[in-house]
Design a protein around this ligand. Sequence first.
Ligand SMILES: [Zn+2]
Length: 277
Amino acid sequence: MPQVRFGPAGRPMRYSGVTELACDYIREIGLDAYEYQATYGVKIKKQSGLRLKENSRKNDVLLSMHAPYYINLSSNKDDVVERSIDRLLQSARAAEWIGAYRIVFHPGFYTKYSPNEAMKRCQNSIDVLKEQLSSKGINDYTFAPETTGKKSQLGNLEEIIKICQNNDNFAPTVDFAHLYARSVGEIKDQDDYSRIFSKLEDELGLKTLHSHFTRIEYTDKGEKKHHALMEKNYGPPLEPLLKEIVERGWDVTMICETPFRDEDALLIQEEYRNILN
Ligand SMILES: [Zn+2]
């Protein structure tokens, strides 16, 4: 049986305990993944990180980590690139403590560069990052650059695939809502999802996937706002995606990024189980 897991992006809605024990709660409500959010800075200390890891293993909850938002590996400003690399280093260290199987991050912005130039700058920064990781003895990591939602951001599906082809220990995070927003609504049915999976399989040999889902509002510039799962006037469509996951038989982890995180993750899981049966 393929492993398909669902969980919240960040602390569950009704959980008020410590982060270290959040996986007790996540397992109790019936979910089996958790994306720890370091989106406003990596603040977790080693001891609590280790406890979070232990607690997630005990509950068989798969942990991933979202690195800080303020990262731009293709910036024209040296200090921005330096700080971005630094945040990814801190993320990798914390990911080791908490046992995160993926470190999700948004690679950067095109700003004044052409997509090609921005990609080159991004790769140069990744080279520096990898050097620093190895000089600090951090070897056990998988960075997971995410498909981004705004057209001004580096990170369409092709770019994310290329970054992962060029770097060991890199695997994609596919945010289906971001792909949908970026393409201004061009994901309509299962065939559209199927093309995404085929591309990942053909170009990266994948049979496992780390992914994000939310309902999303967009403009002609791409992503505008995340919405609840119930707000079905916003895409992307969920049912054809879950059908595609079932038919592909891949191991998929789907992190729910709606405003209702774990509550909506449970609804997605329920719909998935209905399709399975
Ligand atoms: Zn996302």
